[in-house]
Design a protein around this ligand. Structure first.
Ligand SMILES: [Zn+2]
Length: 448
């Protein structure tokens, strides 16, 4: 049965309401009341900047208020000259850590990546494939208040793919679905572990001279239908535009990545009609080439704080690149203009675009790259308002949580030193991060 996006997301809201309330509290330690004064409130839902007070009570945004509550006993933050935006959400990461272009690794593991992300103003991320037991265990621990300070962790757990399909090449065990019966069995078993979304690979793209085996259409349809029976959202990794079309028709909640080649003209309207969102991941598809062409963004204080020099330097030296990385570079250069154009058209047509980086891959850095993704979304033609929505309000519709600056939204707020509407790159000028109504000790997050 096909249902529209509204009925689906409201079903998740109901399902997630108790869990959201619990981990909003747990993730923030002791939630408290916080009053931000003299602040420019940058509200992406209303596309309006207003100046005044912003009140957070019990970890939840009360909204702009005209005056401080009588005998206010909470924390007061004077934000004169500063800009409040919602906490940012990255809807596509692999939170093991970072990989340099020369293959060097920065193993942070999920708890470490959650800390770096929060330092960078990323208050939540969606991990779309890791070690199932480990990542779902850490997520559950965080929601139960058993430590793990940092960004709120959302996770798919495994990646559902064909035998020898994409995701099977990393040596990490995952769930294999070669038939509709496999799909029903595996999604049913996985549902018992409450993944935040079900990640499925449906990819017929020929990359690097070969294409990996993909599940067939009946298997995709069975996986999506079974996920729906369990009220689970689906994120489908796609290759071709035809994969996007078939995933859309099969009822995927979201597709991720942006295909090369011209986008079929009728596809955006079909995605709008079916309520299928897209996580384009412009960062993973262009950032290696972009940072090699101009590595100066890596000199910024935020990039330097959240990642090691051994990850940043190879973008400059370009030594010891594997042949595969060199080919990846050529591949990125060849499609950059086209994928940006397609994302601009999708956004114009009203397809819901979500900000996701695919951090963990070469060229992409946990936490920091979300700011680059926002910059690329604006380059693709989204307004800064729209880009901010992609990383807050709209991300919430996929994850069944509320981010924004309106009453009832999670008390996750970033104070910036300059307006992101004047220049989206100003999201990197972070003065303060607030999570669940509590001012985050950012420096403590950098202690290994
Ligand atoms: Zn990925």
């Amino acid at each position: 049965m096909q249902t529209g996006i509204l009925s689906r997301s409201s079903a998740w809201m109901l399902r997630w309401a108790p869990a959201v309330a619990l981990f909003a509290w747990a993730g923030a330690g002791w939630a408290q009341d916080l009053l931000i004064t003299n602040v420019h409130r940058v509200d992406p839902a209303a596309e309006r900047i207003s100046k005044g007070l912003l009140l957070i009570e019990d970890g939840t945004i009360v909204g702009p208020v005209a005056a401080a509550p009588k005998e206010f006993a909470g924390t007061v933050v004077d934000a004169e000259g500063r800009y409040a935006i919602p906490g940012l959400v990255d809807t596509h990461v692999h939170s093991f850590g970072n990989m340099a272009p020369d293959g060097k690794m920065e193993m942070l593991f999920t708890p470490g990546s959650a800390k770096r992300a929060l330092y960078a103003g990323v208050v939540a991320f969606l991990d779309l494939f890791g070690m199932e037991q480990v990542i779902l265990g850490i997520r559950d621990g965080q929601r139960a208040g058993k430590g793990y300070p940092g960004a709120s962790i959302f996770a798919s757990g495994p990646c559902l793919t064909a035998t020898k399909g994409h995701c099977s090449e990393y040596g990490i065990p995952t769930r294999i679905i070669d038939t509709p019966a496999d799909a029903r069995k595996q999604v049913g078993e996985l549902a018992a572990k409450n993944p935040d979304v079900v990640k499925i690979v449906y990819d017929h793209e020929d990359y690097d001279g070969h294409s990996m085996p993909s599940i067939d259409l009946p298997t995709l349809e069975a996986a999506i239908a079974t996920a729906r029976e369990h009220d689970l959202a689906t994120v489908v990794h796609i290759g071709h535009w035809q994969d996007v079309r078939e995933a859309t028709l099969a009822g995927a909640t979201a597709v991720t990545h942006t295909p090369r080649g011209p986008m079929p003209a009728d596809l955006p309207a079909l995605m709008v009609e079916k309520g299928t969102m897209i996580i384009p991941t412009l960062a993973v598809q262009s950032e290696l080439a972009d940072l090699i062409a101009d590595p100066t963004p890596l000199d910024g204080p935020l990039a330097q704080a959240v990642t090691g020099e051994h990850i940043r330097t190879p973008f400059r030296s370009r030594e010891n690149f594997s042949e595969r990385t060199e080919r990846w570079l050529v591949w990125q250069k060849g499609m950059r203009a086209e994928i940006l154009r397609s994302v601009g058209k999708l956004a114009d047509a009203g397809v819901v675009v979500l900000a996701g980086t695919d951090a963990g891959n070469v060229g992409v850095i946990q936490g920091w790259s979300l700011h680059r993704e926002l910059e690329k979304l604006v380059e693709a033609g989204l307004t800064p308002w729209h880009a901010l929505r992609a990383a807050s309000v709209d991300a919430g519709t996929l994850l069944g949580a509320k981010w924004g600056l309106t009453a009832g939204d999670r008390g996750d707020v970033i104070l910036l030193d300059a307006s992101p509407i004047d220049d989206i790159r100003n999201t990197r000028k972070i003065h303060l991060v607030i999570q669940g109504g509590k001012v985050v000790d950012r420096e403590a997050l950098l202690v290994p």
